[in-house]
Design a protein around this ligand. Structure first.
Ligand SMILES: C[S@@+](CC[C@H](N)C(=O)[O-])C[C@H]1O[C@@H](n2cnc3c(N)ncnc32)[C@H](O)[C@@H]1O
Length: 277
């Protein structure tokens, strides 16, 4: 059996860590077992190489390009679930979206952005929350943009098709009944919800990447893997792109400090921020 990557010599770890930092902005955790990660195994299989050492040897020989990006995509942590984490989706549905829809300056259209959406569960959870919150707000529309570095994750997100296992990870039964239909043993997001959700490939660490203008930016469990300088750059860009009266939502264990240009909006477990004036 192949030894874990951190036992294979610091040369390979340093090489891969340098790639993820430079291209994807995130730090490769050395404790993570790459050889038990199905996405890394899948990559080795696709590239027809037997070990991580062989893969690194190939990467070193090639000019930096598609294969390097594909490796970085496979090395990003991609865990996600429907309505994951604290009660932020309840708060969105019952408080935040109704408040935004009540602002006289608004154009009857809300944009919610799931940045680092992985396989799409977070983006569809946002869409369900917006759909329910705006059900009685006549004339209001919403769009959800899901973006990620990983093309493979985005393909699943775009399909809107989830296994029973995915559904069991967090989706309440009432939302399942209202927003999914079962076909071929899988659960498909219904068309009326799906038409409000689009996905795009966007590398947050790319200085030239255009960030969408959004009322709500959800960037959870992404920036905690970034180096402090990169995190600050991304937060600065999010702040410049988002609406000044919008909301930034981070993961449960993530915070930003005032130097990033945001102020905390709640003391609860949900990490909610507003752009500072
Ligand atoms: C742990 S998952 C979090 C998914 C979702 N936000 C959640 O909390 O359920 C992190 C996601 O961030 C994405 N990611 C990592 N670095 C990125 C970057 N530079 N640009 C865009 N997405 C990135 C990964 O591909 C992965 O899908």
């Amino acid at each position: 059996m192949t030894p874990p990557v951190w036992e294979t010599g610091t040369g390979q770890i340093d090489y891969l860590g340098d790639l993820t930092r430079r291209i994807g902005g995130f730090v490769l955790e050395k404790e993570r077992s790459l050889v038990s990660d199905p996405r890394v195994m899948d990559l080795l299989f696709r590239e027809k190489v037997g070990t991580i050492e062989e893969l690194v040897a190939r990467l070193r020989k090639l000019p930096e390009g598609a294969l390097h990006l594909s490796v970085v995509e496979s090395l990003a942590v991609s865990d996600t679930s429907f309505f994951g984490g604290c009660r932020i989706f309840d708060q969105l549905e019952k408080t935040i979206i109704p408040w935004l829809a009540d602002q006289p300056s608004r154009t009857h259209r809300l944009t919610l952005w799931s940045a680092g959406c992985s396989t799409g569960q977070e983006a569809y959870s946002l869409a369900i929350s917006a759909d329910r919150a705006l059900a009685n707000c006549f004339g209001w529309a919403y769009q959800v943009i899901g973006s990620d570095l990983s093309s493979r994750s985005l393909r699943t997100a775009e399909s809107g098709v989830y296994s029973q296992f995915d559904i069991n990870c967090g989706l309440p039964a009432s939302r399942l009944v209202d927003y999914f239909e079962k076909r071929d043993n899988n659960w498909h997001v219904i068309k009326t919800l799906k038409k409000n959700v689009s996905f795009q490939k966007l590398n947050l660490a790319d200085p030239g990447a255009p960030y969408p203008e959004a009322d709500v930016v959800m960037v959870r469990n992404v920036l905690s893997y970034f180096e402090p300088n990169r995190r600050a750059d991304v937060l600065g860009k999010i702040k410049r792109a988002m609406r000044p009266d919008g909301y930034l939502i981070l993961g449960e264990n993530e915070t930003v400090d005032p130097s990033h240009g945001f102020r905390a909006d709640s003391n609860g477990p949900c990490r909610l921020y507003r752009p500072a004036p």
